[in-house]
Design a protein around this ligand. Structure first.
Ligand code: SD4
Length: 326
């Protein structure tokens, strides 16, 4: 999660420059407006699409799926979709989840290969299966069977073999050297419909150079994403190992339930993790949150982390306010 590199992403520069408004506090909502908030400047592609979907009469869930699909398809941000960062064996394994506030429904896929839109695969798991989470080959099989666009993965067999053989030849060293990797980003998108219903989604190729089979926070409900239709929603980006041990998104939502503003809730969880972790604030994590009233918040261990917000007004890319370390 190296912010300057992300802000230089060439293929998105034109779009994002036109959306870029300012750094500063998120706008104050009026109660009846739709709101979308997403991680990273490329999140503005998702929040814009979410706005269009809501304006066209779509649900918060539709807005989440369609918004994230734009970023997955762009794949140029480097860490979402099939153009995302490869694992240590040289190919992407994707993670995604989706939650619908009404009915508290959820679906998730993890470590899935060759699926163009993991967020749609997650939605299919939620709507077309009796389960909440599918992983690996089973997730791929189910997504294809449900009509989610896929690409062939036959050529991955050679890469997998080469990596396993290389690791064995080096006495297993490659396996242990494989992580931490060299960068990672995620789209987390939270949407509030004008009628107050909430939905959220999260999609990523995860940490670059991760061990094959490694799953981060992004597809784990309560970690990379959580939605409670009574209270609000939260999502995360950053090093999943520093998010999933804390059920961070669940915790943010529960703090909002106890009356905290989304901004205060995101910051409190950051402080709580930093207090307990030997690395303090060197965590490489960012949280976003949205409450039932449409109020937003964002906090990050990295100064100046960018995120996107849209309401009835076009998307703006904002930066997290500096946090006072405790
Ligand atoms: C992961 N949380 O797999 C993801 C990566 C990410 O900014 O969000 N990076 O750990």
């Amino acid at each position: 999660m190296v912010i300057p590199r992300r802000c230089r992403v060439a293929s998105l520069t034109v779009v994002l420059t036109s959306l870029l408004a300012c750094a500063g506090p998120a706008p104050v909502p009026d109660a009846a407006q739709p709101v979308a908030i997403a991680t990273w400047p490329f999140g503005a592609l998702a929040t814009e699409r979410a706005r269009e979907v809501l304006a066209g009469g779509g649900s918060a869930l539709d807005a989440v799926e369609q918004g994230i699909r734009v970023v997955e398809a762009a794949s140029s941000d480097g860490s979402v979709g099939l153009g995302g960062r490869p694992n240590a064996a040289g190919y992407p394994q994707l993670d995604a989840c989706i939650m619908d506030g009404p009915g508290h429904r959820a679906g998730s896929v993890a470590g899935v290969e060759g699926i163009v839109h993991p967020i749609s695969a997650a939605r299919r798991v939620m709507e077309d299966s009796k389960h909440v989470m599918l992983v690996g080959e089973g997730a791929r099989w189910f997504a294809i069977e449900r009509g989610v666009e896929s690409v062939t993965i036959d050529d991955l067999a050679a890469k997998k073999r080469a990596w396993v053989e290389g690791a064995a030849a080096r006495g297993g060293r490659a396996i242990h050297d494989a992580f931490p990797g060299d960068g990672h980003d995620t789209i987390a998108l939270l949407v509030r419909h004008a009628d107050g219903t909430l939905a959220g989604g999260c999609s990523t190729s995860g940490a670059g150079n991760k061990l094959p089979g490694r799953v981060g926070d992004s597809p784990i409900l309560g970690s990379g994403l959580y939605v409670d239709d009574e209270v609000g929603a939260a999502g995360a980006t950053g090093l999943g190992e520093n998010v999933m041990r804390w059920c961070a998104s669940f915790l943010i939502v529960e703090l909002m339930r106890s009356g905290m503003h989304p901004q205060a809730a995101c910051e409190e969880v950051l402080h709580r993790i930093a207090r307990a972790d030997p690395r303090g604030y060197q965590l490489d994590v960012c949280f976003i949150a949205l409450d039932k009233q449409g109020r937003t918040g964002a906090a990050a261990s990295n100064q100046g982390f960018p995120y996107a917000v849209a309401s009835r007004r076009p998307s703006e890319v904002l930066t997290v306010p500096p946090i006072t370390r405790r």
